[in-house]
Every structure is written in structure tokens, then in C-alpha cells.
Design a protein around this ligand. Structure first.
Ligand code: KIV
Length: 276
């Protein structure tokens, strides 16, 4: 398999080949998803919820993101690694945004960054792209705006909201973003936006008209049940499997059935004798 780059994204769009993206937050999962041929691993700030147990993504720090991005990068041989810029890492100034974006490339080995927003982040995106760092945009239900939106709600349902989303998608394309995540917007609007852009859209809760799809890996594997949005399709149900395995382990530890002799190391009897 060849390494996936931003050019692969654009070629897939031209060739009408759908792009596969999943979130990953650690080495072992990244290795498995890479082996499965997933083209892009997004180190989403959703790790605040799935990995760190927060209610939303707002408390996630740059250090959290760098730590997890490094781990994912070690597991990704072919997949492109995109790191999510956390809340307040790009909100204060263009300079701070570039400095933080650069940390993902220099310290963590990411290939690109993702940030949320449209008109409000125009100069941030310009500055990051001017520093030669590829940017994936993110429009619609941008979770870092959860308080401004008044909750996790579908976006773009009114004419005003829908027109703004179309304009923002075109703006992100004109600024040089290589792809745009469209989250939780009506399927027909996502299809319209996708048809008007030459860069790919990656949908989550935005229907099949997008050029690719992304899901949170814990949702796909049926491991995270704090939230269960309508757009999630679990492809496995690991929660009961993990709980049953942990229960079986606990019961064998209690009974003394684990570890068995095959799980233990030997010592020469003559050495042992000298210890008494
Ligand atoms: O943080 C995240 O995982 C994301 C995806 C859901 C798009 O932004």
C-alpha cells in the first residue's frame, strides 16, 4: 500500500472514490486501523470524551493532543495522520495558531491539522497554510462551539444557516484547505456543498453524498455508550465482550485458575535451594 497524502484526498475526489477516515487515539488501535487500510486517522479532540471521560471537548489541552498524536503516528505506516487543534489553541491570535499547529508537525509527526470554524477562523487558516501545514476544515456541528450552539444540535436547517455553511465551505476551499469535515448537517445540504467543491468533504452525520466518511472509533466498535447519536452505526459490539472478558479474568484470579503453569517462568532447582 502507498502512503496516503493530501494528494490522495484530491485524487479520490476526482475519481469519485470515497475516502475512509476514523478517529484513533493510541498506538495499538492506530496499528489495527492502518492494517485494515483506513486511509486517514484523525486524532480528534473527541478523545476528551472517549479517552479522558469529559462531558465535551472543551477541556482538552495541547499537551493531551500532542501525547495522543505521537502514539497514533507510531502506529500509522500508510494512513495519513490528522491532528485536531483543541479549543483555545487557535482562538487568540494567528501567531499562536501557527505555533500550535507547527507543534503537531514537528513534535508529534502529524501530516496535517484540523480546526473548527468558517469566517471566524479565516486568518488562522491562511496563516497556518502559509506555514506549509495542510489544514482540514470542519463545519456544521463544531463541538467546540457546543455552548454557543446551546447543545449538540443539527446545524444548517434554516435558509440563513444553510447559505452560511455553503459560503463558509467555499471560503475554506479558496483558502487552500485540502478537505472539510461536515458534521451533523442535513444530507441534501451536505450533498449540495460536496457537489460545489473541488476538495473532498468528509461527513459525520451528513449523509452519503459526502466524498468520505468519518466515525469515532469507539462508536464504530460499540465501546462508548455515554452518547449515542443517530448517525452512528456500530460495526461491532465490543462492550459486552470486554466486560465478559474482564469478568472471566477476575473470576479466574479469585479462584486461582489463572495464571496456569504455561504462563509462568522456571528457575533451576539448584538456584532455588540456595535461597532457603
Ligand atoms: O474530534 C473528533 O473526533 C472529530 C470528528 C468527529 C470529526 O472532530
Amino acid at each position: 500500500m502507498t502512503k496516503i497524502t493530501t494528494s490522495t484526498f484530491l485524487n479520490h475526489k476526482m475519481n469519485h472514490e470515497k475516502i475512509t477516515v476514523l478517529t484513533a487515539y493510541d498506538y495499538s488501535m492506530a496499528s489495527l486501523l492502518d492494517e485494515a487500510g483506513i486511509e486517514c486517522l484523525l486524532v480528534g479532540d473527541s478523545l476528551g470524551m472517549t479517552m479522558l471521560g469529559y462531558e465535551d471537548t472543551l477541556a482538552v489541552t495541547m499537551e493531551d493532543m500532542i501525547h495522543h498524536t505521537k502514539a497514533v503516528k507510531r502506529g500509522a505506516k500508510f494512513a495519513m495522520v490528522v491532528a485536531d487543534m483543541p479549543f483555545m489553541s487557535y482562538h487568540v491570535s494567528d501567531e499562536e495558531a501557527v505555533r500550535n499547529a507547527a507543534r503537531f508537525i514537528k513534535e508529534a509527526g502529524a501530516h496535517a491539522i484540523k480546526l473548527e470554524g468558517g469566517f471566524n477562523v479565516k486568518t488562522r487558516i491562511e496563516a497556518i497554510i502559509a506555514a506549509q501545514i495542510p489544514v482540514m476544515g470542519h463545519l456544521g456541528l463544531t463541538p467546540q462551539s457546543v455552548n454557543a450552539f446551546g447543545g449538540f444540535k443539527v446545524q444548517g436547517k434554516s435558509k440563513v444557516q444553510a447559505k452560511k455553511l455553503i459560503e463558509e465551505a467555499k471560503l475554506l476551499e479558496s483558502l487552500g484547505c485540502f478537505a472539510i469535515v461536515l458534521e451533523c448537517i442535513p444530507a441534501k445540504l451536505a450533498q449540495l456543498i460536496s457537489s460545489q467543491l473541488s476538495i473532498p468533504t468528509i461527513g459525520i452525520g451528513a449523509g452519503s453524498g459526502c466524498d468520505g466518511q468519518v466515525l469515532v472509533i469507539q462508536d464504530l466498535l460499540g465501546m462508548y455508550s455515554d452518547l449515542s447519536p443517530k448517525f452512528v452505526k456500530p460495526y461491532a459490539n465490543l462492550k459486552p465482550i470486554i466486560i465478559d472478558a474482564a469478568k472471566a479474568y477476575a473470576s479466574e484470579v479469585k479462584s486461582g485458575d489463572f495464571p496456569e503453569e504455561k504462563h509462568t517462568f522456571k528457575i533451576d532447582e539448584s538456584v532455588l535451594d540456595k535461597l532457603y
